[in-house]
Structure formats: C-alpha cells, structure tokens
Design a protein around this ligand. Sequence first.
Ligand code: HEC
Length: 204
Amino acid sequence: MKTQIKLSKIIAGLAACGGLMAVGCGEPPAPPAAAAPSGLAPKQVADMLHAVMAADRTVYAKKVINRLVKEHKVIKASEYYEDEKALPLPAQMFRMGAELVTERDIGFTYGLLSEWPINKQHAPKTDIEKQGLEFIKSNGGTAPFYGEETLGDQKYFSALYADIGVAAACVDCHNDHKDSPKTDFKLGDVMGGVMIRIPLGKDS
Ligand code: HEC
C-alpha cells in the first residue's frame, strides 16, 4: 500500500492565493532548503488541507455572511444569488472552490455531507461516509474520522471532519429553511461534515 504522498502535489490544488493566504500571497518564494517537506502521510496532508478549508469557511461565515446579513442587514445570502444580487451561501462558496480543484485533475476531492441535508445530494452514500458522520456526531466534532475505501478502481484515504455551526447565521438559516430535516441546531453544533479524499493509487 502506498501511504506516502507528496504534499506539494496536493497543495497545488488549492487556489494559489485565495486558499493559502496564511503563507502570505505575494511574498517571494521560499528558498529550496525551506520548501515543504515531502513524504507526508495522507492523514497529515488531509489535516492540513482541512485546516485551510475550515479557516476560509469560518471567515466567510463570520466576516461576510454574519456581519453583512445579520448584524448590518445590508445584503441577503441566497441560493439564487445571481438573480437576487445576493451573497452566495457558504455551501455554494465551498462547492465552487471544490469544483475548481476537481478541474485541475490532481486526484483529490472534497465536499460537504450531512445526515440532515437541505440539499439531498449531501446525504451520505458510501459506508465510510455513513460511519464517518456517525463517528463525528458521537464525539461532538472533537475528533475527525479516518478510513480507506475503494471507489471505482481507485483506492482513497478518506477523512471526515465535523462542520460546525460557528455563527448564528449558520444555525438560523438551516433551522428556518423549508427543506431542512432538522430545525433545532444550536451554535457550536455539528451540522455535517467535510469529506476529503486523497487518492492512494489503483486498487490491485
Ligand atoms: C443563508 C442560509 C445559509 C447559511 C448562512 C448557511 N447555510 Fe449551510 N446550507 C444552506 C443551504 C440552502 C444548503 C444547501 C445548498 C446547496 O447545496 O446548494 C446548505 C448546505 C450545508 C451543508 C451540507 C448539507 C446540506 O444541508 O445540504 C452543511 C453541512 C452546512 N450547510 C453547514 C453550514 C454551516 C456550518 C454554516 C455556517 C458556517 C452554514 N451552513 C451557513 C443554507 C445556509
């Protein structure tokens, strides 16, 4: 089994500046000696990718949606953001980013899942997805779930991280949404999960 993969290859999939603002977009490239270490385990790579995704998602929810929609009430967030000249929902922002990454065809994918999905496409399908959601729910989102699965002929390291209701906008919008199967989310609750899949090669 191939467990070591190159971090640089995975990181290349994040939007060059937007996804990696923490390392300082616009700064000169690091000298070779300080380059990212190679040979990280898939678990470490997934944890790092998720840290960036969760940070961006939290910042968008708090500093854009919650601030402008709930606090200052200057604009709406809407599924129909184009027609309504509104802000895209956090889930739409996340999916648009994931689609750009998929277009790069570098092998890893990510997306949202939930056992209480507004969008039924986000319901768990594979065993790993079901087990993972059960696991993060049972520990209140304090620990991620890690597993391996084969989809098609490709073997994956699959990690599921809790997606937490970090702002009032998250829980209020879901609780009030006509298609939400759950209407009693509270701040800090596990609202679903972020699934990250890192390819480990062809299943033999
Ligand atoms: C203004 C409404 C709104 C806000 C704010 C919002 N969501 Fe959602 N959320 C939705 C809608 C609608 C969907 C389904 C949209 C889609 O897939 O296109 C969704 C999808 C999701 C999903 C995937 C499962 C599902 O229900 O389809 C998760 C998990 C989720 N949101 C968590 C959050 C979290 C956490 C926050 C805050 C960081 C948040 N949401 C903020 C409306 C909202």
